[in-house]
Design a protein around this ligand. Structure first.
Ligand code: NAP
Length: 290
C-alpha cells in the first residue's frame, strides 16, 4: 500500500525500512535532510511536507516525540490534514497522552481523516527486528486498513479499544517498564554495594521468578555500562509524566509509578537526559555515595 512516514529517528528509521522491505510504497518526510537520507537510499520517495504525504498516501504514520509534535505534523501549517486523500488513515505510533490522542483524533475526524493511536513497545531492537508490540486505539475499520502496515513492523498487534485506548495501554506498559528498570538497577546496585558481583546475581535471578526481558536485555547492558540510547531518559520521563498526569485527572493512586517518575526527573536534572533510561543505575550509584 501507499504509506507516508514522518519521524525517522531511533525508532522511525528501522520501522520505515521494514515497510519498504515488506514491499510497501513509501514516501517520507523529516525536518532534517540527514534523517531522510537512509530511507531515500533504500528506495523511499522524498515528500515536500506532511501535506504532500497526506494527499498521496492511503496511510500516514507518525513516529515523532510528544503530543505537540504529532499535532504539528498532522494539523499544523503544511500538516497532513491540509488536503487529505479521500479515505486517508493517520496512525500515530509515538507515545503521547491518551487525552491528547483523543483530541487529535477528533480534530482529524472533522477533516475526514480516520485516526489511530498505535504506540509501540519493544525498543530499538524490536523496531529493527520488526517484532514490536503494537497497541491500537480507534475504529475497527481504520484498524483493518492499517493492519498490513502494522504487520510489517510488529508481531503482537492488539486492537485495544476506542480512540485513546492504545495510549492507555502504552501508559500501563511504561508503569511496568519504568518500575522494571528501577527494580533491576536497585538490585544490581544493592548486590555491588554488598560486595557481590551483579553479573552473577543476574545469572542466578534469570532462572527464577525475577526473570524478565528487562533483567535479561537491559540488565546485560547495565552490566556492560552501555548507556547509549536506545530509549533516552528524557523520553521515559515524558512517559512517566503522561502516566502521572492521567492518574491525577482520574484520581487514581500510582505510588510506585510516582516514585519512578521522580527518579527520571532527577536523571534529567543530573544531566543524564540524553543517555539511555537504564543509566538510572548511575543515578542510584551517585545517590548511594559510592
Ligand atoms: P528520536 O530518535 O528522538 O526520533 C524522533 C524523531 O521525530 C526525530 O527524527 C525528529 O526529527 C522527529 N520529530 C520530533 N518532533 C518533530 C516535529 N515537531 N516535526 C517533525 N519531526 C519531528 O526518538 P525515538 O526514540 O525514535 O522515539 C520516537 C517516539 O517513540 C517517542 O514518542 C518515544 O516515546 C516512542 N518510543 C520510543 C522507544 C525507544 O526505545 N526509543 C520505544 C517505544 C516508543 P529530526 O530528525 O528532524 O530531529
Amino acid at each position: 500500500m501507499k504509506i507516508g512516514f514522518i519521524g525517522l529517528g531511533i525508532m522511525g528509521r528501522p520501522m520505515a525500512l521494514n515497510l519498504l522491505e515488506a514491499g510497501h510504497e513509501l514516501k517520507v518526510w523529516a525536518r532534517r535532510p540527514e534523517s531522510m537520507a537512509p530511507l531515500l537510499a533504500a528506495g523511499a520517495a522524498p515528500g515536500e511536507n506532511p501535506a504532500d504525504l497526506g494527499s498521496w498516501a492511503e496511510l500516514v504514520i507518525s513516529m515523532v516525540a510528544d503530543a505537540p509534535d504529532v499535532r504539528q505534523v498532522m494539523l499544523g501549517e503544511q500538516g497532513l490534514a491540509c488536503r487529505p486523500r479521500s479515505g486517508l488513515v493517520a496512525a500515530d505510533m509515538s507515545t503521547i497522552a491518551p487525552v491528547a490522542a483523543r483530541a487529535i483524533g477528533g480534530d482529524l475526524a472533522a477533516a475526514g481523516i480516520d485516526f489511530l493511536d498505535a504506540p509501540v513497545s519493544g525498543g530499538e531492537a524490536g523496531a529493527i527486528a520488526a517484532t514490536l508490540a503494537i497497541m491500537v486505539g480507534g475504529s475497527q475499520a481504520a484498524f483493518d486498513r492499517a493492519l498490513p502496515a502494522f504487520a510489517a513492523m510488529g508481531k503482537n498487534i492488539v486492537h485495544v479499544g476506542a480512540s485513546g485506548a492504545g495510549q492507555v495501554a502504552k501508559a500501563a506498559n511504561q508503569v511496568v517498564t519504568g518500575m522494571g528498570v528501577l527494580a533491576v538497577a536497585e538490585a544490581f546496585n544493592f548486590a555491588r554495594q554488598s560486595g557481590v558481583d551483579p553479573a552473577r546475581v543476574r545469572e542466578a535471578l534469570l532462572g527464577g521468578f525475577a526473570h524478565s526481558k528487562i533483567l535479561e536485555n537491559h540488565g546485560q547492558r547495565m552490566l556492560e555500562r552501555n548507556f547509549k540510547p536506545g530509549f533516552k531518559a528524557w523520553m521515559h520521563q515524558k512517559d512517566m509524566n503522561i502516566v502521572m498526569a492521567t492518574a491525577f485527572e482520574l484520581g487514581v493512586m500510582l505510588p510506585g509509578a510516582a516514585a519512578t517518575a521522580q527518579l527520571f526527573n532527577a536523571m534529567v536534572g543530573q544531566g543524564l537526559a540524553e543517555k539511555d533510561s537504564i543509566a538510572l543505575l548511575e543515578l542510584l550509584e551517585q545517590l548511594s555515595g559510592r
